[in-house]
Design a protein around this ligand. Structure first.
Ligand SMILES: *Cc1c(COP(=O)(O)O)cnc(C)c1O
Length: 376
């Protein structure tokens, strides 16, 4: 912070940049081990797939190593075609991103500017305020549910709807949301989208959709034909286990897609990512297995929290937030010394909560033991 204030170039930046706080990622294992001189640590901090990537994706990406001197297909034709088929849409609806964060950023660059506003919920994914501010637009943050009607900490669509004005250009919705793991049912989300003026872009971020097993949970890609102002984003970083490759995508009306592709860097998705994602998309077995492992691990964590008498936020994702009853940042630093990397979410307005990614059985066990000893 101090350094930002002292930066002499600050007064020459584009609008929004001077007040921007960069995204804080989960600590990489290598960094923790370097800092503390420990080994054998577990990382349950970034919602990565503990099973790793699909073996098919690894083979496909590795097969590209002899082509490293060549530029990738800038149009991503094969992957886009496969995604269009997967979703029953057309190729012209697909925008590829260097992770879905890249797509969120493209949306902000195309539709937001100084003087316009983006709406999202309190406790929503941190990239929404960052990409809004980066283009000098204004964030309007709706209070989350307090638990009296909807799920505590979840998106309150009525409160979000109330913030809509002539300045609103984009509404960001995470379903389910990270870090809270809360979700919106089909009826309420559809009713919300339907209530919006058709010139407002509504983004439904489905980064964790593969994990959700609730019957009332919607697949917003089904609504694309009905709502030309709808953009649905998905990623290969979570259930598909390809976070390192950086590949995600947006689905939208061809007219919207065309605008997003005007600002997209021509080679924003690398060749290994294109090939790996294509192979991963076809490995349904790997997704099935990942979801099954997540279900078991989620139950293990919940049982552990209940045994320790800790409150948690019910989650449909591959992560869960637990109330440690004191500064989660302090608990996190004590956990780090025990070789467990988790994510304190004070930056999301939940200073007593740690977000834990569901890991393999041994990893979850190791974390629960460390947590118990820290809280003792
Ligand atoms: C992880 C995450 C993303 C996407 O991350 P990428 O790796 O950039 O695809 C998008 N939205 C939410 C809510 C996430 O948690």
């Amino acid at each position: 912070m101090q350094k930002l204030i002292a930066n002499p170039f600050l007064k020459y930046t584009a609008p929004g940049i001077s007040g921007l706080h960069p995204y804080v990622p989960g600590k990489p294992v290598s960094e923790l081990e370097r800092e503390l001189g420990i080994c054998d640590s577990v990382k349950l901090a970034s919602n990565e797939n503990p099973l790793g990537a699909s073996p098919k994706a690894k083979v496909a990406a590795a097969a590209l190593l002899d082509e490293l001197a060549r530029y990738p297909d800038g149009g991503g034709f094969e992957l886009r075609t496969a995604l269009a088929e997967f979703h029953g849409t057309g190729v012209e609806t697909v925008t590829l991103g260097n992770g879905s964060n890249d797509v969120l950023d493209l949306i902000a660059r195309v539709f937001l500017a100084p003087g316009s506003e983006a709406i999202f919920s309190e406790h929503a994914f941190a990239v929404y305020p960052i990409c809004t501010q980066a283009v000098g637009a204004t964030s309007r943050v709706a209070p989350a549910h307090d638990g009296s009607i909807g799920p505590r900490f979840g998106h309150n669509l009525k409160a979000m709807r109330q913030l809509v004005s002539e300045k609103t250009r984009v509404v960001f919705i995470a379903n389910p949301n990270n870090p809270t793991g809360t979700w919106l049912a089909k009826n309420e989300l559809l009713e919300f989208i339907d209530s919006l003026p058709s010139n407002i872009i509504v983004v439904v971020d489905e980064a964790y959709t593969e994990y959700v097993e609730e019957l009332a949970y919607p697949d917003a890609t089904q609504w694309l034909k009905q709502y030309p102002n709808l953009i649905v984003t998905r990623t290969f970083s979570k259930a598909y286990g390809l976070a390192a490759l950086r590949v995600g995508y947006g689905l939208s009306h061809p007219d919207v897609t065309e605008l997003l592709n005007r600002v997209r860097q021509p080679f924003n998705v690398n060749a290994l990512a294109l090939a790996g994602a294509h192979a991963a998309l076809n490995d349904h077995e790997h997704i099935k297995q990942s979801v099954a492992v997540n279900r078991v691990g989620m139950n293990q964590l919940i049982a552990g929290f209940e045994r320790l008498g800790l409150d948690y936020i019910p989650s449909v994702g591959n992560f869960i937030c637990v109330d440690v009853g004191r500064s989660a940042a302090e608990v996190d630093s004590q956990l780090l010394h025990k070789g467990c990397i988790t994510r304190p979410i004070g930056g999301y307005g939940l200073p007593h909560y740690l977000r834990i990614t569901v890991g393999l059985k041994d990893e979850n066990q190791r974390f629960l033991q460390a947590l118990e000893s820290v809280l003792k």
